[in-house]
Write a protein that binds this ligand. Structure first.
Ligand code: SF4
Length: 353
């Protein structure tokens, strides 16, 4: 058993969430080991409630740690931690060089990835879903993969949960009132379902349980939140705008408190799935068959059958055919139906809580 294991995962938040299934697999096989993470700065507060404040290291590859100087400084810092094993969980030359420079004695990564020659053990990237491919990396550790693969899982920071309850109290939301959580933003414009559609779906779904609508996101999502709040108000409902100024840890706490989550194919959908919250997620330029969809029986994916899908691996800022019909024409009716089905299952106790 390795005493101290580093998981280097500096890609998007959704990928970090999926990687928690790999961490759970290692922890299950080696309960005495210390699991550490190297992640992009915004992922730090995502992981610290589960893995501990001192075990999540930020690598700001596009900021203070960019370039050769930042890479050398980070590898120097990593070397001081005395890791026995490092796993590069993404196909990245920068990561493989970083781990090699840190002189970690056992380094594992995907065969065929850039800089794979710097890994001591190279593992074939097999599996239909990213979670399965990630867990496959434990073959490099000699760990037997369990028959039932662990699901991604996240914890909630107590201080964030407290902040959310204080905000709800100040907004006049009683502890037993449900929240309909809406996360309308996306890093990619083509992955964004229109705000008006989110608003129409939220206005209808919130009436099923007299839920309060809450919109989470970044400061740049505020115009989306305003449009959603306008449409919810037309239906007689109130909205809490929690966009901007919210840390990732606080967003996790908001999602954990939700009765139902509506989100694009984005990090909030993965976070909701990892927290076991029912989530309806709208897919456009990407498709679940690419292997990055949120996992779990509380996830409902809504999508249109179109010949142009998928048109990209991660999404982009411009629709290649100029129509964006994959999401622009995705009806709120379908999202409402999917949300109703999840809420009904929650009430009947089938698959949802
Ligand atoms: S090409 Fe098709 S799938 Fe891609 S963004 Fe445009 S409409 Fe959507």
């Amino acid at each position: 058993m390795a005493r101290r294991v580093l998981l280097a995962q500096t890609s998007f938040l959704g990928d970090v969430v999926l990687s928690t299934a790999l961490a759970r697999t290692i922890a299950g096989a080696w309960p005495e080991s210390e699991l550490w993470w190297l992640v992009r700065p915004e992922a730090v507060s995502l992981l610290t409630p589960t893995f501990g404040h001192d075990r999540v290291i930020a690598f700001d590859k596009r900021g203070v740690h960019r370039g050769l100087g930042g890479l050398l400084a980070t590898s120097h810092a990593l070397a001081k931690h005395g890791f026995d094993v490092a796993i590069g969980v993404q196909r990245s030359l920068r990561t493989s060089v970083l781990l090699a420079r840190a002189r970690i004695p056992m380094r594992i990564g995907y065969a065929g990835s850039p800089g794979a020659w710097l890994y001591h053990r190279r593992v074939a990237k097999d599996g239909a879903h990213a979670r399965d491919r990630l867990i496959g990396l434990v073959a490099g550790l000699g760990i037997q993969v369990p028959t039932e693969l662990p699901m991604p899982h996240l914890g909630v920071a107590p201080e964030s949960a407290r902040r959310i309850e204080e905000r709800l109290e100040s907004e006049g939301v009683p502890p037993d009132q449900g929240l309909l959580l809406v996360a309308p933003g996306s890093a990619w414009a083509t992955k964004q379902w229109p705000a008006a559609a989110f608003g129409q779906a939220a206005a209808r779904l919130r009436t099923l349980g007299n839920d309060r609508v809450v919109v989470v996101g970044t400061r740049s999502d505020r115009p989306l939140a305003r449009e959603i709040a306008r449409l919810v108000a037309e239906g007689g409902g109130d909205t809490i705008d929690a966009t901007g100024g919210t840390t990732i840890a606080d967003a996790v706490a908001w999602i954990a408190r939700a009765r139902l989550v509506l989100a694009n194919d984005s990090a909030p959908a993965h976070i909701a799935a990892a927290l076991g919250r029912p989530v309806v997620t709208m897919f456009g330029p990407t498709v679940p068959a690419q292997g990055f969809a949120p996992l779990g029986d509380r996830v409902q994916i809504v999508e249109r059958e179109l010949a142009c899908r998928p048109c990209s691996r991660h999404g982009g800022n411009d629709c290649p055919i100029g129509t964006h019909e994959c999401l622009a024409d995705l009806s709120p009716d379908e999202v409402v139906s999917a949300g109703e089905a999840l809420l009904e299952r929650a009430v009947s106790g089938r698959g949802t809580a």
